[in-house]
Design a protein around this ligand. Structure first.
Ligand code: 2AM
Length: 181
């Protein structure tokens, strides 16, 4: 089914991402729930777990059709994704899952997508890509970082998603999907 334009949400910020397969999201969510029990922090919703490939911020409503056209035209390869480590960023109090060695094909996927978006004027520049899944926010003291079981899958599609502030932290919604080739 072709992607349709979603009804607008005021203040929504758009990003391209790989959404986690439900089974892996479920396991990571359980893992993160354990960390919250011990250390606090705010858990990301299980159905909101993703890896951002390109963050666009707010996009003018009248440019969304163009954004969809660009995404539909990109020919990007399927990518192997590995999540086999947990990290913590002090500066934003985020606990995340990532790869000990991100697959070059995943890095190329983000770089190529960002380059296309720069050429079309949706992004100012190609940003360094640190593939990660945010698991917890507002975590002050993670203690000793636990190991996670390694998860791996082949991403067969990428999505356009939007997020906006809500009473219970950010809300996330996938608004369109395109296959990787
Ligand atoms: P984060 O999970 O590391 O915070 C929606 O907000 C998605 O876009 C999240 O995955 C978020 O990453 C990412 N994001 C938000 N602001 C960003 C920025 N200025 N640059 C890059 N990614 C950003």
């Amino acid at each position: 089914m072709p992607n349709e334009l979603p009804p607008p949400v005021v203040g929504a910020r758009f990003f391209f991402a790989l959404w986690l397969p439900p089974a892996i999201a479920s396991q990571l969510h359980s893992f993160s729930g354990g960390v919250v029990g011990r250390c606090g922090g705010r858990l990301m919703r299980e159905d909101a777990l993703h890896i951002t490939l390109a963050f666009l911020g707010e996009v003018a409503e009248n440019r969304l059709p163009e954004l969809h056209e660009i995404a539909a035209a990109v020919e990007l390869p399927k990518a192997q994704v590995q999540l086999d480590r947990v990290g913590f960023w002090n500066h934003n109090h985020v606990l995340w899952a990532g790869s000990k060695e991100p697959a070059p094909v995943l890095e190329k996927l983000a770089a190529d997508l960002q380059k296309t978006l720069v050429e079309a004027g949706f992004l100012g520049e190609v940003k360094p890509f640190v593939p990660h899944v945010t698991l917890l926010r507002k975590l002050l003291h993670p203690g000793t970082l636990p190991e996670i079981q390694a998860h791996e899958w082949t991403a067969e599609e990428f999505v356009l998603a939007r997020s906006w502030p809500s009473d219970r932290g950010s809300a996330y919604e996938v608004v369109a999907r395109w296959p990787l080739k």
